[in-house]
Design a protein around this ligand. Structure first.
Ligand code: OSB
Ligand code: MG
Length: 369
């Protein structure tokens, strides 16, 4: 395959509800959208970097810079032996995995569309409904949290994840455990704790949580391994799994028992397939995370989630929880049984609504071969 043009846009979409984590609250997503053109078709990718370097060191602006200056020129107009061959084109660029992922994933979408096949098949999965959970931000009160969880369970979601931080951890989790009995419940700290805070994390150990996600620093595998040895509850790593090598290191030293896969964080679908295959070979359960993506990124996530190693419900919830309207017309929705269907059709199966994309675009540039 060969790309004749790549278009980058910075798109801003207000969130239906502000989303608060241990690193702050956001009211809108502002991200780089990538369109890759070749063979008369277009593929789409969405960069998960945020405007602020809080979840990860990358930002919307750094992603734009790296894409425009290095990544797009590395793939434009050259013969590409499929999307798996893409990372080798930009091997000289260190890090910036979110920028790489946005373009790599657009190329996967394009390749699947050129094949006339759904992306999930090209990735090694098969169309199947994906079990979904929800991620609930830090709430103003326990009462507000309980009301949110009640509404999400009524919509069918199969697993509840709440964001925690020091001072908002044991109390909300225990309140949900008491109110909702045996519901699948987990917490995500987004790296808010230090090793010295281990007692606050040990205090969660009797709540029968399915896992504690990323309690310690984003790049710290060693202390996660020491903490895991002290906890009965499984640690799941998100931020720390930068790619296949971090996954291997984490499993080798016992830093986690579960992995949250986000292709947008790890350099794209190719590296995600590698992490999937490694975890599966070692019997480590996977689930698919989310980054408050628009329908473009969410569709990519659903397709990847159909691979067999994704055995736990993912953060792949309905569009209307995030955006009204979304960038796409197709409604990603949850069924009564808590599963989300993969959008049908070639590639990711969805396209941005052109008028909505134009209205939401803050910056745009087209690069040609
Ligand atoms: O840590 O999983 C995370 C959102 C933005 C950044 C990081 C995270 C999240 C979520 C929400 O938990 C997942 C989603 O619903 O898309
Ligand atoms: Mg997380």
């Amino acid at each position: 395959m060969r790309l004749d043009a790549v278009e980058l846009s910075v798109v801003r979409l207000p969130l239906v509800r502000a989303f608060e984590t241990s690193f702050g609250a956001i009211a809108a997503r502002e991200f780089v959208l990538v369109r890759a053109d070749g063979g008369g078709l277009s593929g789409w990718g969405e960069c998960v970097a945020d405007v602020d370097p809080f979840y990860s060191p990358e930002t919307t602006i750094t992603a734009w810079h790296i894409l425009a200056r290095y990544l797009v020129p590395a793939v434009l107009g050259v013969a590409l032996d499929g999307p798996r061959a893409v990372p080798a084109r930009w091997r000289a660029v260190r890090g910036h995995r979110m920028a790489k992922a946005a373009l790599e994933m657009a190329i996967w979408d394009l390749a699947a569309r050129l094949d006339g096949r759904p992306l999930c098949e090209r990735l090694g999965g098969a169309p199947r409904p994906v079990p979904a959970g929800v991620s609930i931000g830090i709430q103003p009160s326990i009462e507000a949290l309980v009301a949110r969880v009640e509404a999400e369970l009524a919509d069918g979601y199969r697993r509840i994840k709440i964001k925690i931080k020091p001072g908002w951890d044991r109390q909300p989790a225990a309140a949900l455990r008491e109110r909702f009995g045996g519901v699948a419940l987990m917490v995500d700290a987004n790296a808010a704790y230090d090793e010295a805070d281990a007692p606050a994390l040990e205090a969660l150990d009797d709540l029968d949580l399915t896992m504690i996600e990323q309690p310690l620093d984003y790049d710290d595998l060693v202390r996660h391994a020491r903490l895991q040895a002290r906890l009965r509850t499984a640690i799941c790593l998100d931020e720390s799994i930068a790619g296949p090598r971090a996954a291997r290191d984490a499993l080798d030293i016992g830093a986690c028992r579960v992995i949250n896969v986000k292709p947008g964080r790890m350099g794209g679908h190719g590296p995600s397939i590698d992490v999937h295959d490694l975890a599966r070979a070692r019997g480590i359960p996977l689930w698919h995370g989310g980054m408050l993506e628009s329908g473009i990124g969410r569709a990519h996530n659903l397709h990847l989630s159909t691979l067999p190693g994704f055995v736990l419900p993912g953060d792949v919830a309905a569009s209307r929880r995030y955006f009204a309207p979304d960038l796409i017309d197709y409604a990603i929705d949850v069924a009564a049984d808590g599963s989300v269907p993969v959008p049908p059709g070639p590639g990711i199966g969805v396209d941005p609504n052109p008028d909505r994309l134009r209205a939401a675009t803050l910056r745009h540039e087209r690069f040609t071969a």
